[in-house]
Design a protein around this ligand. Sequence first.
Ligand SMILES: *[C@@H]1O[C@H](CO)[C@@H](O)[C@H](O)[C@H]1NC(C)=O
Ligand SMILES: *[C@@H]1O[C@H](CO)[C@@H](O)[C@H](O)[C@H]1NC(C)=O
Ligand SMILES: *[C@@H]1O[C@H](CO)[C@@H](O)[C@H](O)[C@H]1NC(C)=O
Ligand SMILES: *[C@@H]1O[C@H](CO)[C@@H](O)[C@H](O)[C@H]1NC(C)=O
Ligand SMILES: *[C@@H]1O[C@H](CO)[C@@H](O)[C@H](O)[C@H]1NC(C)=O
Length: 294
Amino acid sequence: MSLKMRTSYKTLYLTFILSSICIFLYQYHMAIPRMISLQQQSINDPNLPPIYIITPTYRRPEQLAELTRLGYTLKHVPNIFWLVVEDAVDTTQLVTKLLLKLNIPFAHLLAPMPEKYRKNKVKPRGVSNRNRALEWIRANATEGVLYFADDDNTYDVEIFDEMRYTKKVSMWPVGLITKYGVSTPIVKNGTLAGFYDGWNGGRKYPVDMASFSVSVRFLLSRPNASMPFKPGYEEDGFLKSLSPLKLTEIELLASNCTEILVWHTQSKKNPNAMPLDTAKYNSTNLIQLRQIIV
Ligand SMILES: *[C@@H]1O[C@H](CO)[C@@H](O)[C@H](O)[C@H]1NC(C)=O
Ligand SMILES: *[C@@H]1O[C@H](CO)[C@@H](O)[C@H](O)[C@H]1NC(C)=O
Ligand SMILES: *[C@@H]1O[C@H](CO)[C@@H](O)[C@H](O)[C@H]1NC(C)=O
Ligand SMILES: *[C@@H]1O[C@H](CO)[C@@H](O)[C@H](O)[C@H]1NC(C)=O
Ligand SMILES: *[C@@H]1O[C@H](CO)[C@@H](O)[C@H](O)[C@H]1NC(C)=O
C-alpha cells in the first residue's frame, strides 16, 4: 500500500468517526426538549382521567410536616387535583403558602366541624371536610375518580395509576391497620370473598378510608351519597350511601389485593410547643419560627 493511499484511508476513518459523533450529538440535542416535553405532558395529560385527592386537615403540631410529605408524593402523579379542606374558620396561611409552592392544581377549602359534634368525646374528625370536598366535586367535576387521602399515610404512587380507571368502586389493602397489621378485602379465585380487618363493629364494609376510590360519574349518579358524622362508621356509611352497589362490582386492585401500596403510617402525636420567651429571644430567628410551630 502506498503512503498516499494509507493517508486517504486514515482521512476516511477520521471523517467517518467524526461524522458519527456529530450525528449522535445532534440527535441527542434534538431529543432533550422532546424528553422534557414528554415529562410535562404526562403531568398534564388531558387524556388521563383526573384524580381528585381529598385531604381533610386541621391545625396541629404535625400538620405542615404531613402535608409537605403528602404534597411531594402527589407531585409524582399526573393529572391530579388536590382538595385540601381545613377544619377551621379561616385558611391557615402557611398551608396556602405550601400549596402554592408545590404547584399542584388545588382548591383550598374550609369546613369547620359543626358545633354540636365538638363536645363529643370521640369527634367525627374529617367528616365535614370530606363532605365539603364531595360538594365541590358534584359542582365542578364530570369524570375521573375521587380518593380520600389523609395526610398521615404513606402512598406508593402506583396506587394512583391503578385507581384512575375505577368504574364504580375500587378497593385494595392498607398496611399498619389494627392488630392484624393490614385491612384488606379477602380475595378468593379473583373475587371478593369478605373483609379482613381487626375491628368489624357490625359494618357491611369494614375498610379503611385509604382503601378505596370512587368514580366521579358513579358519585354523580348517587346524589344523596355522603359521609355520616359517626366515628368509626365513616367509610361504611359513605359506601352504603352509594347503594345500589353489588360486591361483585367492586374492583380489586394491587394485583388482586396481594400488594400493600398504602400504609397508615401515622406520626407520633406531639404535644403543643412551650410558649416562647419573646423578651429573651426578641430580634432573633425564633420570633419567625414561632409563627410556624404549634
Ligand atoms: C366549584 O369551583 C369554583 C371555581 O374554583 C368555586 O368557586 C366553587 O366554589 C366550586 N363549587 C363548590 C360547590 O365548591
Ligand atoms: C374461579 O372463577 C372462575 C370464573 O372467574 C370459574 O370459572 C371457576 O370455576 C372458579 N373456580 C373455583 C375453584 O371456584
Ligand atoms: C386476579 O385473579 C384472577 C383469578 O385468579 C385472574 O384471572 C386475574 O388475572 C388476576 N388479576 C391480576 C391483576 O392479577
Ligand atoms: C335522596 O334523598 C331524598 C330525601 O331524603 C329522597 O326523597 C330521594 O328519593 C333520594 N334520592 C335518591 C336517588 O335516593
Ligand atoms: C424587642 O426589641 C426591639 C428592638 O430590637 C424593641 O423595640 C422591642 O420593644 C422589643 N420587644 C420586646 C417584647 O422586648
